[in-house]
Design a protein around this ligand. Structure first.
Ligand SMILES: Cc1ncc(COP(=O)(O)O)c(C=O)c1O
Length: 390
């Protein structure tokens, strides 16, 4: 199997990255360095490229539109290796991406006017999925403690009402990079059972865990009594940098629940493309050496950010992510906090994601994507610190 040359990550050419179809590199002016939308600047694993070439040597007629059995078998193997066993092909439904699964869960498992609970700051579609469907998003802010961001149990108990029907969990959590502990997950499962909630658990970032992360446990494994009410969402796009070939999966041990979710998408969504199926198969079959090398590179980038924050911006509350290539920066202490993202765009020429899109109360926060060439990251951090000094 061909392998990647990881020193090549240090040689990535910004001119080539700024190609016409890169949203990340073309949204802002050419003098802006992009650290916003969550994809990596790295090329796709050679094993995936080879599989796609091979697939293109054959016709592209209708493929297994009912859900590719080979991919299901590979995914079941991966889920079992992660600790989620006992499932069968009928417990998996494929999606054209993970976000449609968030929307489908809201539509299928709640009624208009019902409440959907989620922990903020949060990946914005968690909030828009509820709002777009006429449901009420109950935002429960994470607590910032000495140890990092934690679930706030008191706030959670205060937020839940008889209209609360669904809990949307992000595990690992975008944007804080938290991998939730077994104790936290177990307490959350008790809470969901007590309040008769469904849980959609988006575990898309799970394969981007660092060597010092606590063990990852899929939420569906935490409490057998809750398992039929848990819909897990996953996909290859974060770990393998394949967002341009959309595909995802929803997984639930209750086939009736899964059919309900499927029915919300019938006719308005399409099965994932043949190429995306081939891509995910190749990732699951051959991708892990590439992935572990890439995670190692990302971990060094993460450590660079951590060291930089401690040395150059020690006044900024910052907790290194245990997973994800995202860093959540609390810049509320600076004079420009009321327009921080715009200020950094104009003054530092760096594009970050703006805090308020992650929930109420996050003005002055920004999210930084560090999945890029290390010296570009270093330049971006230098620009950040310089702009915050002026
Ligand atoms: C937690 C989470 N879920 C879903 C997505 C998007 O997934 P997709 O592109 O497959 O819809 C992202 C992208 O950043 C994400 O961070």
């Amino acid at each position: 199997m061909p392998t990647s040359d990881f020193s090549s990550y240090d040689q990535l050419d910004p001119g080539a990255l700024r190609h016409d179809d890169s949203y990340k590199w073309t949204k802002y002016a050419p003098d802006v360095l992009p650290f916003w939308i969550a994809d990596m600047d790295f090329p796709v694993a050679p094993a995936i490229v080879a599989a796609l070439h091979e697939r293109l040597s054959r016709g592209l007629g209708y493929h297994q539109v009912g859900g590719d059995p080979t991919l299901k078998a590979l995914l079941l193997g991966k889920l079992a290796a992660d600790g989620l066993s006992g499932l069968e092909a009928q417990h998996i439904s494929f999606l054209p991406g993970v976000v449609p699964g968030l929307y489908a869960a809201v539509l299928a498992l709640t009624q208009p006017g019902d409440e959907v609970i989620t922990f903020t700051p949060i990946y914005p579609p968690f909030l828009t999925a509820a709002g777009a469907a006429g449901r009420i998003a109950r935002e429960v802010p994470l607590a910032r403690t000495e140890q990092g961001y934690q679930l706030d149990w008191q706030a959670l108990e205060q937020a839940v009402t008889p209209r609360s029907k669904l809990l949307m969990l992000c595990h690992p959590h975008n944007p804080t990079g938290r991998v939730w502990t077994a104790d936290e997950l177990s307490q959350l499962a008790d809470f969901a059972l007590r309040h008769n909630l469904y849980v959609v658990s988006d575990e898309l970032h799970a394969d981007l865990r660092y060597s010092d992360a606590i063990p990852y446990q899929p939420f569906a494994t935490v409490n057998p009594a809750l398992m039929p009410r848990v819909v897990m969402l996953t996909g290859p796009c974060k770990a393998y940098n394949t967002a341009g070939l959309g595909i995802g999966a929803m997984i639930c041990s209750d086939t009736d629940v899964l059919r309900q979710l499927d029915s919300t998408l019938a006719g308005v969504s399409a099965p994932p493309s043949a190429l995306s199926v081939t891509m995910w198969q190749a990732a699951l079959r051959h991708g892990s050496p590439w992935l572990s090398d890439t995670v190692q590179y990302l971990q060094q980038n993460r450590d660079l950010v951590t060291e930089f924050m401690a040395r150059r911006l020690p006044q900024v509350p910052y907790f290194a992510p245990q997973a994800t290539y995202l860093a959540w920066l609390d810049l509320r202490g600076f004079a420009q906090a009321d327009h921080m993202q715009q200020y950094l765009l104009e003054e530092a020429k760096i594009a970050l994601n703006d805090g308020p899109t992650f929930g109420q109360g996050y003005q002055g926060f920004v999210r930084l994507n560090f999945a890029t060439r290390r010296n570009l990251l270093q330049e971006g951090l230098d620009r950040l610190a310089a702009a915050l000094r002026s």
